[in-house]
Each structure stands twice: as C-alpha cells, then as structure tokens.
Design a protein around this ligand. Sequence first.
Ligand code: NAD
Length: 267
Amino acid sequence: MGTFDGKVIFITGAAHGQGRATALAFAKEGAAVAAFDVAKKIEYPAYEFGTSDELKSLKAEIEAMGGKCLIASGDVRSDADVTAAVQATIDSFGKIDILFNNAGICAYAEIDTMTDEAWNAMIDINLKGPMNVTRRVVPYMKKAKSGVIINNSSVMGLRGGNRLSHYAASKWGLTGLTKSWAIELAPFGIRVVSIHPTGVNTPMNDGLAAMEGMTPQEIAERSAGNLQPVPWVEPEDTANMVLFLASDNARYCTGGQYLLDAGLLTV
Ligand SMILES: NC(=O)c1ccc[n+]([C@@H]2O[C@H](COP(=O)([O-])OP(=O)(O)OC[C@H]3O[C@@H](n4cnc5c(N)ncnc54)[C@H](O)[C@@H]3O)[C@@H](O)[C@H]2O)c1
C-alpha cells in the first residue's frame, strides 16, 4: 500500500533534476505519473535541458517498479503543448489529483546588459509556464472538488539575488500566483502552496557552474550561504517535501510558502 495509491500527479520538468526525483518518489507511493518536459535544448540558457531518452528511462524505471507513467514532450510556454499533455493524461488516467509546477530555468544577467531574450525566456518559462499548465488542469480539479497544486519557486522567490533579478522576479511572481490561486481555489477544495529550495544538486546547478567557470559546489555556495554546513540539498529532499504537502497530512496547508533552505533565510 502506498500513500498515493490511485492518485495521479502531473509534473512539469520531469526528465531530470527535482522533477524526476519527485516522479520516482510518487510512483513508489503508488501514484500514476504524467511526466512532461521540453526534452530538447532550447535557446536560453546555454546549459543542458532534459532529453527524450531521460523521459523514456523515467517511464521504464516507473514501469519496472509496477507503476504507471505517461510521458509527454512539450514546452510550458506553449498552450497547445500543455493542452495536449493534460488531455492525454485525462484520457489515460481519468483525472489529475496533484500538479507539480516544477519546470524552470535559471541564469545570471546584469541589469545593464539584460537582453530581451533573457528577460522574456525567464518570465515566460518560470511564470507564464505555471499559469499555462494550471489553467488547463484546474477545470478537472474543480470537477473533482479536490486537488493540490505545488509550485516550485526558490529562496529567490522570497529574497533578492546578485545578477539574478529576472530569475527573482519570476519566482516572486510565482509566489504571488500561489497566494492568489489559493484564495481563488479554496472554495473548490483545491489547495495551492509553493516550495522554496536553496541550491539543489541538479543539472541546473551543474549548468550554471559551467557557465560561470566554477565547480558545482562553488556555485551553490556562492548563490546560497546555507546555515547548515551543506552546499546544497538533494532532489530527493524536494520530493520528500512535495510528498508531504500533497498528502492529507497537509490538508490544512494552503497559500503558504514552504522553505527547503538549510536555514538560509533565517539570517
Ligand atoms: N537547482 C537549484 O538550485 C534550484 C533551487 C531552487 C529552485 N529551483 C527551481 O526548481 C525547479 C527545477 O529545477 P532543477 O534544479 O530540477 O532544474 P533542471 O534544469 O535540472 O531541470 C529542469 C527540467 O525542466 C525542463 N524544462 C526547462 N524548461 C522547460 C520548458 N520551457 N518546458 C518544459 N520543460 C522545461 C528541463 O528540460 C529539465 O528537465 C526550477 O523551477 C528551478 O527554478 C532550482
């Protein structure tokens, strides 16, 4: 028996990193997983995105443990891609109980050399992306009179960051969406929360390190400055927090911002 037997989770950015770890954690607890990812290199930023091979290996891993997984390639910026993936999930699994808005990008940019490309990609993927997905999933949650939406923001959704103004703006925006959707959707039995990790040991962190000519540990330590003596947290730590917030143990948690910050925002 798993905690999420019979439940369906839709995860964006599921090919690798925190999305993949969360997909595996939910599958282990019995949930059917719809794994959505752009699964190809896109124009910005210049680091590795998920791949279709990673999506396929995720599906194989989940099926090998006796679980169900639907994979879908698409861009959270595209309403057509998102609509098709949500429809495919409904066709396969009949419902969506949990939405993890996780897909996102990060890059450094100074304000006096900020390009339209950098600004637009950051806001479109990190802020409009979750809106695109949520507006297509919510009608099914409303019909079911239940649902949980978990948005992967960042500590940068609660503070500023050096050369990270476009990233911080997108993540503060996601915090605002979280609070507003929680208010709007509470009458329909839908909870909405955001999580706020410090640096996480994922391909994103590796990509940022390569672009800055630093080691992954150095980039995490520079960006964060955790109270606990760790450079980063692991993708499985994110998965554990999402498992709790999506569960009935968190039934009265809505509208809140949940820190996974190794104490960073304490000081
Ligand atoms: N890694 C960190 O240090 C860190 C810290 C705090 C918050 N976050 C946030 O956590 C989330 C997940 O980050 P991660 O560390 O796993 O990153 P990652 O780059 O390792 O993985 C992100 C996944 O999202 C996918 N993706 C990117 N753009 C997409 C798009 N337009 N449409 C669909 N899929 C897309 C990628 O292909 C990739 O598989 C992001 O929103 C990120 O901003 C990351």
